[in-house]
Write a protein that binds this ligand. Sequence first.
Ligand code: GLA
Length: 453
Amino acid sequence: MDLESLKETNVERYTRYKTLIGKFVEKFNEDPQFVSRAPGRVNLIGEHIDYCGYSVLPMALTQDLSLAVRTNSSTVLRVSNINSAFSDYIGDTTTFTINSDKPAWFNYILCGIKGIIESSNISNLPGMDIMVDGSVPQAAGLSSSSALVCAAGLATAHACNCSLTRLELADICMRCEHYIGTQGGGMDQSISFLAQQGMAKLISFNPLRSDNVVLPDGAVFVVTNSCVTMKKADTAHFNTRVTECKVAAQMLASWKSLDRSQVKTLGDVHEMLGVDLDSMVKMVEDLMHDHPYNVGEVGQQLGMSGEEVKEKLLFKNTSQVDSFKLKQRATHVFSEARRVFKFKEVCSETTNPLVKLGELMNESHDSCSRLYEASCKELDQLTELCRKHGALGSRFTGAGWGGCAVSLVPSDKLNSFIGSLRTSYYANMNDDEFAKAVFFTAPGGGAGVYLQL
Ligand code: GLA
């Protein structure tokens, strides 16, 4: 699509891109050749289960990360952000390295570039000048970092004329984000590429695929920011949960005498046993004890020394973890996976689906908070308030430990819902801040490139 045609279809985006292009010219003294964009997302249900192999149900936001790009005749890579709080980066497309110890914002761009270089075997990537504009709230659980990886991957693919399908791009970007150190699943990158305007998606893995989910009429999904920021690459919380799920999968495989070398995720165990999710929940209840497992106990069951457990099952930033709440984490994963399928089913029911959807969202939050311990007191308080002010369901969305909640609000209660939140959780904010912290959005479209003609 060319940029000018945006004037007809999306004037707001067109105006924003004109400003972005103006900043690009100011910085690099030339016009960009194209703009690549990738949206953030709000996950409606299915939290912390994508990396266990289970389907999730997000929708894309209209907010995105957009990159104005021009290739240059050298191999110099220059990255700048229209928001001056983000420092410039200068590197080289043939020698850059990604810092996963304390990743600065532009490392996500480097991940996207590296993903395409490696997957398409590119040996002569040209230099690029890049100006970035993001409208996804940051560190808010709405996947601004993955959107940056995706927009950069897409830009690189476009600059090198690589013809990749959306599925391939999603797959590449979900893998290359691991260079940053966090071991996320593929939800964020997949919805960013596979989204379609007006549709939520059931995203499934191995192999990656997506199914449309039409959300029922009569209610709106409202996103509310708890204003507790959480950058998942800055703490070990996220990888600790991934580790616990990996260990739980190995332990279950061992108890059930499965070939452990074939088991990476809880989903693998489930598939190899060929039973339903109810049976998996029951199995965890029967086999696992409530109190945490330690490295010694895990090693004993798996026939490994403590050192081997650390080497084979832990990540760089979780190597010190010695307490695994296996029962709680596995129960969350299997029951949340069940809720996702139920949610999709209920979406196509004609008789009063909204109340049931709300219940599933509430159960999801409770499980994420109590069993998975991925919430925080502000998110618990905010979701509680949302329910009190009229939401049928409310849950945190994304990685958690801060960030946003998503609530299902009947359309006829929307105004009073927003009004009550304004004077309760957000009483100390001014109107501008409030408009950024609380918003609703219809499902947006997926990543794309606009040519500057
Ligand atoms: C982050 C990860 C996703 C997913 C969510 C939790 O957003 O990037 O892959 O694991 O957390 O559901």
